[in-house]
Write a protein that binds this ligand. Structure first.
Ligand SMILES: [Zn+2]
Length: 451
């Protein structure tokens, strides 16, 4: 498969190209040439020689944008969509999510991964950072390799669990497992799949485990340290009780914050913690739907951005969102701040960059993906911005608001990762959707019986 991919050349002739490059260039009347899975040229439409390409996509009604990047998802939870409603974070974990994840088998996790990856790809997300789950971590990583999506996953680390004691592992087993998983999966599929070290959150990990994971990570350059922090007030009260510190202060004190650490949420942080995030160049993954649905609060994102702290977006899990749509997150992340900080904050262009090139930077993939530039990998989305519910203006001025505020996953027509089409004209080329939904229903039934 990879041999034929290398030889393939593709030409895409879109209506226009929204590049997300450093100048926010919007290019018209140009085609994009792709060779060996990489963007190789921009060619004036009247100069293209279609016969030189193995495949030509003449899509003059569609806009070409970079594939979206989500920096916090829970692939393992998609099967639980709709089954964990109207609860605050710690109760949601104790009563629903930990028991559900604990009941995963290889098979239920595999179909959950398939359903998740399908939903992400269909909605234009081409790269994600996954939190993983305690057991069967290899299943998700293998499915990422098989599906063609780009991203990071790894075993979710839990060696303390007061909320649901069945759902944990020993510190030594956790350390052994992550070493062997990272050796097996980091940088697989030509670097498309990478390993992430994923302590669940401060209340579920011993200090030894948190520090050891950071230490082991140094043997796997390009991997990411991914955890939750400062999500709800109940959580940070518990952290204070246990450590006599704020959540991020504690992380800082054990030296796990740096530019390869991604913290999901950061809803409740002190000024001192904000300074630590900035000084350590730690990345924040913002998940507005989940923060609202679990009643956690509204993260002070405009303040982080003002400080120059990296903020990117994730849909978190389908069991607290209940979608995996980057469009929902871009839109909501912007709208919830305007009544607090004024209408000028979090404009559409900022949101679009947060979901593309800024996401790539947060994951240290900015030399590979996140924008449409020569030499980058062809992770691309063709989106229809001429539907009845989009702007009727064709000017460049309306493009970002048209993507961020008017579009949904329905507008996504075709998706390419690494130069390979994975969605074409709204059809998945990876999964038989009827089949995985039916399998999901069946596996969910078995899983609920295992509770
Ligand atoms: Zn999460």
């Amino acid at each position: 498969m990879s041999m034929s991919k290398k030889k393939r050349s593709v030409l895409i002739i879109p209506k226009r190209i929204v590049t997300a490059d450093s100048k926010n260039s919007i290019i018209k009347d140009q085609a994009v040439g792709i060779i060996d899975g990489k963007i190789s040229s921009f060619i004036a439409i009247d100069k293209v020689e279609k016969q030189n390409y193995d495949e030509v996509s003449d899509v003059s009604n569609l806009t070409l944008i970079p594939g979206f990047i989500q920096t916090h998802v829970h692939i393992s939870q998609t099967l639980f969509r709709g089954l964990a409603e109207d609860l605050p974070l710690l109760e949601w974990l104790r009563l629903k999510i930990f028991p559900f994840e604990n009941a995963h088998s290889n098979e239920s996790l595999r179909v959950t991964a398939q359903l998740s990856i399908n939903e992400l790809l269909m909605g234009g997300t081409t790269t994600f950072l996954d939190m993983g789950t305690l057991r069967h971590g290899e299943v998700v990583l293998q499915e990422m390799i098989n599906s063609g999506i780009r991203g990071f996953s790894g075993k979710c680390l839990i060696d303390i669990n007061d909320l649901y004691p069945d759902f944990k592992s020993s510190t030594n087993d956790e350390i052994k497992d992550i070493t062997s998983l990272a050796e097996s999966f980091h940088n697989k599929a030509d670097g498309r799949v990478k390993y992430s070290f994923s302590p669940r959150f401060v209340l579920s990990c011993s200090e030894k485990l948190l520090k050891n994971a950071k230490e082991i990570m140094k043997d796997f350059p390009g991997s990411i340290y991914h955890t939750h922090s400062s999500e709800s007030t109940d959580e940070i009260n518990e952290v204070r009780k246990r450590f006599h510190k704020e959540n991020i202060e504690y992380f800082n004190s054990i030296e796990i914050l740096d530019e390869y650490t991604v913290l999901a949420h950061c809803v409740h942080t002190s000024d001192k913690e904000k300074k630590m995030l900035k000084d350590r160049d730690t990345k924040i993954a913002h998940c507005p739907s989940a923060n609202l649905k679990l009643g956690s609060g509204i993260a002070p994102i405009p303040l982080y951005l003002k400080e120059g702290i990296s903020v990117t977006l994730g849909s978190d899990g389908a069991s607290c969102n209940n979608n995996l749509s980057i469009f929902n997150e871009m839109r909501l992340a912007s709208l919830i701040q305007k009544p607090i900080h004024g209408t000028e904050v979090m404009d559409a262009k900022t949101m679009f960059r947060m979901a593309t090139i800024e996401g790539a930077k947060a994951l240290h993939l900015e030399n590979e993906v996140g924008s449409i530039e020569i030499g980058k990998k062809a992770d691309l989305v063709l989106i229809d911005l001429d539907s009845y519910s989009n702007s009727y203006s064709d000017s460049d001025e309306t493009i970002y608001s048209d993507i961020v505020f008017s579009s949904t996953t329905e507008n996504v027509k075709s998706v390419m990762v690494d130069g390979q089409w994975v969605v074409k004209e709204k059809e998945s080329l990876v999964y038989d959707q009827g089949e995985i939904i039916a399998k999901g229903t069946e596996e969910l039934e078995y899983l609920l019986k295992r509770l």
